[in-house]
Design a protein around this ligand. Structure first.
Ligand code: GLC
Ligand code: CA
Length: 527
């Protein structure tokens, strides 16, 4: 496969994820908003990305920061209005940026009209049939209908006053829809058309592997000592664990949903696209979401889950490209659900060097790459004090919190809110006091800064990688080195502790200082 110029825009796109609460705050209430995003679009253009994906901005009580949608066709007042969304889309298009919005079809908010109607209606009613209501087990139905756990911890079932239970694979305020009910599919087709008509270029599909559950709703079989499934940890078996029994995830019937959506999108012009958030167990099961009549892309979480190891990275490249066949690969290192990759790779100067090297490597791979806001500044995970944490996963169990990767972006200045919004106070999650050197303004134009590296790498990708063939040939430069050739490009990533000899060629991009040898924790592109 060649990167022929007729390829749809998303095939080789770099997509930048905006987490609206934390990107830019126009009205000064400490929470990011749509006008804030619009005012900062030139940052994305100057960075050199092709598109932005915006996490949910719909009407929502914000129990999961917008992944609990109460109205799919309106904007939460916290973020603005539909007119603000139209403006954001129009301005993005003027700047040559595509816009991907986030679609949350697995569950609604408990404040959605449908769920409120379901609570008011009787067991067995059509209103309840849009969700997964069941009677409990035990003599008085006081036991949940099965043993499933919520991804956020605790049981996946909540009891309502009349004694029935409803399923929520996430928070109690996020009841799962019943996708076996045709009303649900019809509603989402309308939602897709609503946003397609407004001009969006694509949808990121939340929990794409979750919509259909095994019809019997049988117990999950857990091996001795095995933790109940969590959508995200399911991906861990992609890294070589044993297959897990998961009657709540990745059921064959889910693919009919995406075939229907593909047909809807193809009625529109302009190569509209779907990208799946699907934490499946293997590269092969992920590939099923991107068959020619289904979605266009799926996040490749195996790349993000790989430890700092040349062997692990090589394994992911090989298994991804093998499983995908002709479908477009994707690569991602960070998002709003995981610890930032600088920190995952050890934090501090070493973590940063590795993060830069992994990014430079990723940007040479065929297909498209997804970046998460703030990684272009080299931001680390923030240790948010427990009293400030807001993630429902933390609130439910006190075990883990995703707040540390969601701290508002520092734009300028030497103290909070670092230009995130007007005013002087801390935003909704407090920013660290040592971010002055990590702001966009502080890194802008500074040779060697992470921001300048990203700009350089994205420009190099456009100029040198985009036209190269998709085929990747792995090279053997030793156990600690990931090396591959793609057309005229040779890419070398040194995951070891000692410098390694550099193959012949001219260095056209480097993640850090290089000499005749390639230092540890560094990657280069050679021609
Ligand atoms: C996805 C989102 C995550 C959210 C969950 C429930 O995994 O990325 O942030 O909490 O779905 O919607
Ligand atoms: Ca605001």
């Amino acid at each position: 496969m060649n990167a022929e110029s007729s390829a749809p825009w998303w095939r080789h796109a770099v997509v930048y994820q905006v987490y609206p609460r934390s990107f830019s705050d126009a009205n000064g209430d400490g929470i990011g908003d749509l006008p804030g995003i619009t005012s900062r679009l030139t940052h994305l253009r100057d960075l050199g990305v092709d598109a932005l994906w915006i996490s949910p901005f719909y009407t929502s009580p914000q129990h999961d920061h917008g992944y609990d949608v109460a109205d799919y066709r309106d904007i939460d007042p916290l973020f603005g209005t539909l007119a603000d969304a139209d403006e954001l889309i129009a301005r993005s298009h003027q700047l040559g940026l595509r816009v991907i919005v986030d679609l949350v079809p697995n569950h609604t908010s408990d404040q959605h009209d449908w769920f409120q109607a379901a609570l008011a209606a009787a067991p067995g009613s059509p209103e309840r049939a849009r969700y997964v209501f069941r009677d409990g087990r035990g003599p008085n139905g006081e036991e949940p209908p099965n043993n499933w756990s919520s991804v956020f911890g605790g049981p996946a079932w909540e009891r309502v006053p009349d004694g029935q239970w409803y399923l929520h694979l996430f928070d109690r305020t996020q009841p799962d829809l019943d996708w076996r009910n045709p009303e649900v599919g019809d509603m989402f087709e309308d939602v897709l058309r609503f946003w397609l008509d407004r001009g969006v270029d694509g949808f990121r599909v939340d929990v794409a592997h979750g919509l259909l559950k095994e019809e019997s709703l049988r117990d999950q079989i857990l091996a001795e000592g095995e933790e109940p499934t969590s959508g995200a940890s399911a991906g861990e078996s992609m890294m070589g664990g044993l297959p897990r029994d998961e009657p709540m995830w990745d059921q064959p019937e889910v693919h009919d949903v995406y075939r229907r959506w593909r047909r809807v999108l193809s009625e529109y012009d302009g190569d509209r696209m779907l990208v799946a958030e699907a934490w499946t167990q293997t590269a092969a099961s992920l590939a099923r979401y991107v068959r020619p009549d289904e979605m266009h892309q799926a996040f490749n979480f195996a790349w993000l889950l790989a430890p700092w190891s040349a062997e692990a990275f090589a394994g992911v490249v090989t298994s991804t490209l093998q499983a995908l066949d002709d479908a477009a690969p994707t690569w991602v290192l960070s998002n709003h659900d995981v610890v930032r990759h600088v920190t995952r790779y050890g934090g501090g100067p070493v973590g940063l060097a590795r993060a830069r090297a992994a990014t430079v490597t990723m940007l040479a791979l065929p297909g498209s790459a997804y970046l998460y806001q703030g990684e272009e500044l080299g931001l680390e995970e923030v240790d948010v004090a427990p009293e400030h944490r807001q993630d429902p996963a933390w609130v439910r169990t006190g075990r883990s919190s995703r707040d540390g990767c969601r701290v508002p972006i520092p734009w300028s200045g030497d103290r909070p809110p670092y230009g995130f919004g007007p005013g002087t106070g801390q935003p909704w999650l407090p920013q660290p006091s040592d971010w002055a050197r990590r702001t966009v303004a502080a890194e802008d134009g500074v040779a060697g800064s992470t921001l300048e590296l990203y700009r350089e790498a994205l420009a190099a990708r456009r100029k040198l990688a985009a036209a190269e063939p998709d085929a990747v040939e792995l090279l053997d430069l030793g156990a600690e080195v990931l090396a591959f050739r793609r057309g005229a490009l040779t890419v070398v990533l040194n995951c070891g502790e000692a410098p390694v000899p550099m193959p012949a060629g001219e260095v056209v991009l480097a993640s850090g200082p290089v000499a005749d040898t390639l230092p540890a924790d560094t990657a280069v592109w050679l021609r």
